[in-house]
Design a protein around this ligand. Structure first.
Ligand SMILES: Nc1ncnc2c1ncn2[C@@H]1O[C@H](COP(=O)(O)OP(=O)(O)OP(=O)(O)O)[C@@H](O)[C@H]1O
Length: 359
């Protein structure tokens, strides 16, 4: 296993890239710690596959270096990098049995047969396939075949990293949770460095210790699920993480106060001068309906989403979502919206700014 370091890495598919817009992956420096479980999250086209392909060696970056431990592998082919990969669609040999498929990467490297047998048993147990090890893969469902692909991705103990590219795409929705849980268990048991690409925030947040959020070719934040929720570093993270995402208001910031639509909103901490477009961001979970104070609020509709309800409304011309906790009644006379001051984040040109005194 190895720590993976990306040094001043960037990639353009164009031969003579000049502007920022020409880069599918904008310059980044980043370290993936040995043994970490990472998710690479972002919407379609933000550069996730480009980054993953550079790490796996399928794509040579136009700028910068990739290190595995101390070794510069920028020019090294995939086979030399000693990584396992699991793709969107199952890659399974139909003519082989389930057990032979799982054993394939080990046999290929001439490992000891007794070791292979033990390791295949161990993996089969973890993916729930012990009973069908002798069955041919032909005729198995797409779910089952993808489970084999996942198992085969995990079978080698000596890989530098395991890369997953949207591995649950073909999996039935009710199976996704089970497989994610299994992957998490496999990570705990074997401690491999794992990088898991997805555009699904639930998959990212349940799988990873650290989530790397990409937007428009840039890594905009790398953090724990809690950090992404509490302190989104970029407005995109605020929108993208959470259901529904964060509410944003244009604001004027003065010390420990914001002014939104002419109304004073107390902040949880003091801020220095803000340059650029200033906004405050507040999650729907931290907004409260009231009869007085705060901003004028008009309810448009109420959605029941199981355990809680979401109130969709407006403050002036800004659409706002409010999450109403389970069991709480809606006050029909509430026409104002209050925010929990300590839960408000302040943004300048989409980037979060730290309040005074924050480390
Ligand atoms: N081979 C290529 N040649 C030229 N442009 C490419 C190539 N592959 C990707 N791109 C462009 O690079 C950008 C990033 O694409 P990439 O596939 O890395 O995004 P992604 O986040 O993985 O998207 P998806 O989730 O849809 O796979 C996109 O604008 C895409 O059109």
């Amino acid at each position: 296993m190895a720590q993976i370091t990306l040094q001043n890495l960037a990639h353009s598919y164009k031969p003579n890239a000049s502007s920022d817009a020409d880069f599918a992956l904008k310059a980044l420096d980043h370290v993936w710690q040995n043994g970490g479980a990472y998710a690479l999250l972002g919407s379609s086209g933000c550069g996730k596959s480009t980054l993953l392909n550079i790490i796996s060696g399928l794509l040579r970056p136009s700028h910068g270096r990739v290190l595995f431990g101390d070794r510069d592998v920028t020019e090294a082919a995939t086979a030399e990098r000693n990584i396992a990969q699991v793709f969107q669609f199952p890659v399974v040999y139909d003519t082989m049995t389930v057990g032979e498929n799982l054993a394939f990467p080990l046999r290929n490297r001439g490992m000891d047969p007794a070791y292979i047998a033990g390791r295949v048993q161990e993996i089969a147990r973890m993916i729930g396939m012990e009973e069908i090890l002798k069955q041919k893969a032909r005729g198995l469902t797409a779910d089952a075949k993808q489970k084999i692909s996942l198992g085969r991705g995990m079978v080698r103990e000596d890989v530098n990293a395991i890369l997953f590219d949207e591995p649950l795409t073909v999996i039935d929705p009710h199976m996704k949770f089970e497989l994610r849980t299994q992957l998490k268990a496999l990570h705990r048991a074997f401690g491999h460095t794992m990088i898991y690409v997805t555009h699904d925030q639930t998959e990212a947040l349940t799988f990873a210790d650290k989530v790397v959020v990409m937007y428009d070719g840039r890594v905009v934040q790398m953090g724990t699920p809690e950090e992404l929720f509490e302190r989104p570093a970029h407005s995109f993270v605020g929108y993208f993480i959470g259901s529904p995402g964060m509410n944003f208001f244009d604001a004027k910031i003065e010390g420990q106060r914001a002014f939104v639509q002419g109304v004073e909103v107390p902040l949880g901490a003091a801020y220095g001068p803000v340059s650029g477009r200033a906004q405050i961001g507040i999650r729907p979970e931290f907004c409260v309906l009231a009869r007085e104070g705060g901003l004028p609020f008009q309810i448009q509709r109420i959605e029941d989403v199981g355990r809680h309800r979401i109130i969709r409304g407006t403050c002036g011309d800004v659409s706002v979502n409010v999450t109403l906790p389970e069991g709480m009644a809606i006050d029909a006379e509430a026409t104002r919206l209050l925010f929990a001051p300590e839960k408000i984040n302040v943004y300048a040109d989409d980037w979060r700014i730290a309040p005074q005194g924050e480390q």
